[in-house]
Design a protein around this ligand. Sequence first.
Ligand code: HEC
Length: 185
Amino acid sequence: MNAIQRCMLSTAAGAALALFGFGCGESSDAPTPPKSAERAPLPPAAKPPAPPPAPPAPAKAPDTPADPNTAVEAPATPADPNAVVEADAKVGKADYQIYCASCHGEAGEGDGPVAQALNPKPARHNDGAYMNPLTDDYLFKVIKFGGLSVGKSSMMAPLGGSLSDQQIRNVIAFIRSLADPPYQP
Ligand code: HEC
């Protein structure tokens, strides 16, 4: 058969494009053109998201000014070992949860998990009527050297081995913050 006959055959096979005479070339590969036509639209659809990452980078660059005066001011906080650091209740709260809450309770109510087994019971640090009259020096001594150092129960353990003097002052500041009625220095 000749080329025209072959074309007629492939048309008869049902290729839609063949109805309009497309794909009727030298060979009988009529189905090939439609395939490549279908493939063409795919690449554009898959690649669009590539550009987005670019914007963030240029945005930050201008934010960092190279001002020599700024660098000089940064180390303005000297670490003077003799400086008196003010007691910080927030910092003390963290140590209190670690070293005191098991007996005295997380909120100083004297209801920690170990409290049940103790007699006398751990002090209620939120009891302002009891705690407020006690001086900072007294509290410092109890905490650092233990209950026995002030004639109290040995179950109030000396915590000077675990806490620095500064940590103890922070814990005292936290205890003071629990007091009800409020502690007035
Ligand atoms: C093993 C349990 C236990 C732990 C842990 C503990 N305490 Fe106590 N604490 C006691 C007991 C028991 C008493 C009561 C002693 C008494 O009344 O004789 C007490 C009493 C006190 C008192 C009151 C002293 C007084 O004059 O009534 C203070 C203040 C105190 N504790 C602070 C602390 C602090 C701060 C911590 C954590 C750094 C701590 N305790 C950790 C058991 C504990």
